[in-house]
Design a protein around this ligand. Structure first.
Ligand code: CAA
Length: 389
């Protein structure tokens, strides 16, 4: 039985003081340097360069990179906190630390020392960003149905195909590309590679015209006879699909973090608004119907946060039930964020429906968290196949 040992019981089941200090620091930076540009980034559908500059200057652009490769070596919960606080003011900007982790995690999990040293150093320094190329026009939820081919030719592989919905495509210098090396073997015939933007034969489609996260470019990546050295393969041939899935086990937690941040931003804004807005002679915050809505929003958000932080701890420890928890946190937090942001628009009434207030952007941004890194229907498949024992 765990015994009370004086004041230390207060440290049970809560983030450490360092985590709390990190949150305060990221919140200040995000409010000062990222939030003020969020509306324009959305309106103009432009890359949030101010956010990249501010995050890089404070070493917050890729906090997950281990210290031995020049990174800050933040743990999974610290990474969640960074993404959450950036998403609270600008969801598009939070895709910088999130997708840097997604793109480089296959390398961290399964790459050779040489590859890690070569590619993680520039990422840690802020000289390069990383993207993750799994999906294709006809292979979304059925990721193993991909068609992109990688054919061995002497000391090289030659890649041909189209990757779709690639976050930060064109801006990133490096791409982890999953491609078929043995077409007869479905998931066991898929391998992972590092492709560089400057490799001859790499090009990009037009930016997708999206409902939300408009500041984060989403483009196709075309691979037209892209010849790369064979040692750019991540792990052994045929292990690319398992690496891709293991990666998502960890990074679905970061999408949960993004959802938490978006929802917190909407709740904070709505909470302030209802105290200012007067109808029937008093602030609408004094009506019980409004109070009930705020209570439900805060309750859902806190439940999502607890699940996400538990999943982050499992990600850090690489617990055997991480697959379930990663999917559950992403699914639950994104559904909560959709409800909370929709309620925030409702609390602002007609004003909430206009672009003069930030909550409609937050509602549009929340929607993608139910779709990417696996739709919430796929998360339920993953959970059902990995129910806790
Ligand atoms: N860890 C390790 N290995 C795993 C694994 C995991 N979490 N999940 C599956 N595998 C292995 C399996 O063990 C299996 O190997 P065996 O045959 O040896 O057992 C192999 O991979 C195939 O697994 P499945 O049979 O489960 O594969 P499936 O074809 O039925 O697909 C799926 C399963 C869960 C539906 C999967 O395809 C999936 O997750 N689809 C969604 C894809 C997705 O999330 N895409 C997101 C793109 S990234 C993105 O959105 C980024 C962005 O923009 C920010």
């Amino acid at each position: 039985m765990a015994k009370s040992t004086g004041s230390s019981e207060f440290d049970l089941y809560r983030p450490s003081e360092e985590h709390d200090m990190l949150r305060d620091a990221v919140r200040s930076l995000a409010e000062a340097k990222i939030g003020p540009h969020a509306a324009a980034v959305d309106e103009e559908a432009r890359f949030p360069q101010e956010a990249l500059d501010a995050l890089t200057a404070s070493d917050l652009h890729a906090v997950h990179v281990p210290e031995q490769y020049g990174g800050t070596g933040a743990d999974a919960l610290a990474t969640v906190i960074v993404i959450e606080e950036v998403a609270r003011v600008c969801a598009s900007s939070s895709l910088i630390p999130a997708v840097n982790k997604l793109g480089s995690l296959p390398l961290i999990l399964s790459g050779s020392e040489e590859l890690k040293t070569k590619y993680l150093g520039p990422l840690a320094k802020g000289d390069a960003m990383f993207s993750y190329c799994l999906s294709e026009p006809d292979a979304g939820s059925d990721a193993a149905g991909m068609k992109t081919r990688a054919v061995r030719d002497g000391d090289s592989y030659v890649l041909n195909g189209v990757k779709r919905w690639i976050t930060n495509a064109g801006v990133s210098e490096y791409y982890t590309v999953m491609a078929v090396t043995d077409p007869g073997k479905r998931s066991k015939g898929i391998s992972a590679f590092v492709v560089e933007k400057s490799d001859p034969g790499v090009s990009f489609g037009a930016p997708e015209k999206k409902l939300g996260i408009k500041g984060s470019p989403t483009r196709e990546v075309y691979l037209d006879n892209v010849r790369i050295p064979a040692d750019r393969m991540i792990g052994a041939e045929g292990t690319g699909f398992a690496t891709a899935m293991q990666t998502l086990d960890h990074t679905r937690v970061t999408i949960a973090a993004q959802a938490l941040g978006i929802a917190q931003g909407a709740l904070d804004y709505a909470k302030g608004y209802v105290q200012e807005r007067k109808q029937f002679g008093k602030p609408i915050a004094e009506f019980q119907g409004v109070q009930f809505m705020l209570a439900d929003m805060a309750m859902k958000l806190e439940a999502a946060r607890q699940l996400t932080y538990a999943a982050a701890a499992k990600s850090e420890r690489v617990d055997s039930d991480l697959t379930f928890f990663g999917a559950a946190a992403k699914c639950y937090a994104s559904d909560a964020a959709m409800e909370i942001t929709t309620d925030a628009v409702q609390l602002l009434g007609g004003y909430g429906y206009t672009r003069d207030y930030p909550v409609e952007r937050m509602m549009r941004d929340a929607k993608i968290t139910q779709i990417y890194e696996g739709t919430n229907q796929v998360q339920r498949i993953v959970m059902a196949r990995n129910l806790p024992k």
